[in-house]
Write a protein that binds this ligand. Structure first.
Ligand code: GRF
Length: 186
């Protein structure tokens, strides 16, 4: 199964998905890494690995033209499943309906808690005992859609958002390849 990964930044989750695609009998290959940020660090890394990349900023061209170009780039590479990995834009209903049920995302909270940004700050401020990450199917709604897998981590006394984010990120890197593998095999 050919997977396309959309990123906006560092791309550490993308790297974990790429690593899992290199093991013997991997369930998927990474056919394209695309970014809305041409200077995303993850994009440079993917290029160095010899992975096909596509970068386009929606600035100036508008969301419909931007999404049409991303859609075409994905189709040109034969992508069947899209994995969002730190992709910081909401996909339009139009785009989602063209890829209905074939887009996954990873979100750093125990969904349905804390959709959107600043998940770790909010979990700490709420006095929660645990946090975590979720992989879910993408719909038109932000961080909505069926949750396919979740991992919990404790929130420890003295945690700030950075400390908690680091603890959650370790689990993100394990969870996402595992769930994507199960998803493409089902
Ligand atoms: C991750 O915590 C992801 O869950 C969230 O943004 C962060 C992206 O990190 N949506 P990276 O770009 O994968 O390193």
């Amino acid at each position: 199964v050919k997977v396309g990964i959309l990123i906006s930044g560092r791309g550490s989750n993308m790297q974990s998905l790429v690593a899992a695609a290199k093991v013997p009998d991997a369930a998927y290959t990474v056919a394209l890494v695309a970014s809305d940020k041409p200077d995303a660090a993850g994009l440079a890394w993917a290029k160095e690995q010899g992975i096909a990349t596509f970068a386009l900023s929606p600035r100036g061209i508008g969301k419909p033209a931007y999404e049409a170009a991303i859609d075409q780039a994905l189709r040109d590479e034969g992508v069947q499943v899209i994995a969002l990995a730190g992709y910081m834009r909401l996909l339009s209903g139009d785009f989602v309906s063209r890829w209905r049920g074939r887009i996954l995302n990873i979100h750093p909270s125990l969904l349905p808690l804390y959709k959107g940004l600043d998940t770790h700050e909010r979990a700490i401020a709420a006095g929660d005992a645990k946090a975590g990450c979720s992989v879910h199917v993408v719909t038109e709604e932000l961080d909505d859609g069926e949750v396919l897998g979740q991992v919990e981590v404790p929130i420890l006394p003295g945690d700030d958002a950075a400390a908690l984010a680091a603890r959650v990120l370790v689990e993100e890197h394990r969870l996402y390849p595992q769930i994507l593998t199960e998803f493409v095999r089902r």
